[in-house]
Design a protein around this ligand. Structure first.
Ligand code: NAP
Ligand code: G4F
Length: 328
């Protein structure tokens, strides 16, 4: 019998790549789908990867414990990946209570549902490098103290510690991946990398002149979502649950990302990029840079896609989308 996996957040960037990977591995893949008035666009990422018809979607919501218990009781998965969240940091200041409810308490709903409906299932929690916030060490690893700088990061930290608590309290096979920023052509358009590659493609095609951004000096450790979702799966294949940093070990600024993206189409960012305080945050995370040595040693994981290749892939995909006449 093939293994069964259940993914919350299956319609998001990581959910789509993870579903694709698990299908390749022979899993039966199920996911949670929250009701939307725009049902037609909900599975666009799964369609982009060609897997929408191969996954089974279940109506529910991370904030509705009853829906989770019912679905997990029906599906009886071997592995549960909790990827659902209000994941956009900037919105978390506008919607702090919703972010706490979905990103923080939602993870506890998922843990409770697993404990109730399928206690033998292995559990993955999508923790975040954003929890390091105002960094306490120049390179962050599993032993670096956390210092959250946004309602999103505080909610993720609560979810992180609750996952560890359920592991220690109930013996659950529950692991946290502390993933640094990871991007792809399927990244939401509101995140800076995709905003840049979409803007570059539009400017190249004569559809817009300027790209308006916020803090160009912020630095992030950017990898590819395809590589990072493989790390999630590897964590749940270990005999013992544990927590792992997943990162490339290279930090680049938003400005450097822009330079590389504009260079992909033979343009100079200085001719097109302007800044607007509208896109600044009440509290910024200036720099993140991760040390994934533990994942390399214990999981045999390492990233395959360097930043330059990631940017090229994103710019090419945005050019293709716009040339085809629309945005996926
Ligand atoms: P994403 O594209 O924003 O996807 C978020 C997913 O959560 C979507 O499927 C969304 O569904 C779902 N969701 C939101 N609220 C929900 C609710 N109340 N009930 C059920 N589902 C809900 O995020 P991502 O980039 O794939 O990231 C996946 C996870 O990893 C998130 O938890 C994120 O916080 C975390 N993370 C991401 C990164 C990164 O760099 N990408 C780094 C570290 C951690 P809809 O499609 O209906 O909106
Ligand atoms: O792309 P961002 O919005 O991602 P951020 O805040 O780093 O969060 C992402 O990564 C986290 C992992 O560390 C995840 F947990 C989280 O769910 C999400 O996936 O912003 C990156 C940087 C920030 O410093 C921001 O101030 O880019 C800067 N930035 C500059 N101009 C901008 C813009 N960000 C956005 N979104 N839009 C701008 O115009």
């Amino acid at each position: 019998m093939s293994k069964i996996a259940f993914i919350t957040g299956i319609t998001g960037q990581d959910g789509a790549y993870l579903a694709s990977l698990l299908l390749e591995q022979g899993y039966a893949v199920h996911g949670l789908l929250r009701r939307s008035a725009s049902a037609d666009g909900m599975v666009s990422r799964l369609k982009w990867l060609g897997v929408a018809d191969r996954v089974t979607l279940h109506d529910g919501n991370l904030t509705d414990l009853s829906s989770l218990i019912r679905v997990l009781g029906d599906v009886r998965p071997h592995e549960v990946y909790n990827l659902a969240a209000q994941s956009f940091v900037k919105s978390s200041w506008q919607q702090p209570l919703l972010t706490g409810t979905v990103t923080g308490l939602g993870a506890v709903n998922a843990l409770e549902a697993v404990r109730t409906a399928c206690p033998e299932a292995r559990f993955y929690q999508a923790s975040s490098s954003e929890m390091f916030g105002m960094i306490q060490e120049p390179v962050q690893s599993e032993t670096t103290p956390f210092y959250p700088r946004s309602p999103y990061a505080a909610a993720k930290l609560y979810a992180h510690w609750m996952t560890i608590n359920y592991r220690e309290s109930f013996g659950m096979h529950a692991s946290c991946g502390i993933l640094f920023n990871h991007e792809s052509p399927l990244r939401g358009i509101e995140f800076v990398t995709r905003k840049i590659t979409d803007g570059v493609a539009r400017i190249k095609l004569g559809l817009q002149q300027q790209l308006v951004l916020g803090n160009l000096d912020a630095k992030r450790d950017w990898g590819h979502a395809r590589d990072y979702t493989r790390a999630m799966w590897l964590m749940l294949q270990q005999d013992k649950p544990d927590d792992y940093v997943i990162a490339t070990g290279r930090a680049a600024s938003v400005r450097e990302f822009c330079e590389m993206a504009f260079a992909c189409v033979g343009l100079d960012m200085n001719d097109h990029v302007v800044t607007d305080p509208r896109f600044l945050r009440p509290a910024e995370v200036d720099v993140l840079k991760g040390d994934a040595s533990k994942a390399k040693q214990k999981l045999g994981w390492q990233f395959e896609t360097p930043l330059e290749r990631l940017i090229e892939e994103m710019v090419e995909a945005d050019l293709a989308r716009l040339t085809a006449g629309g945005r996926a």
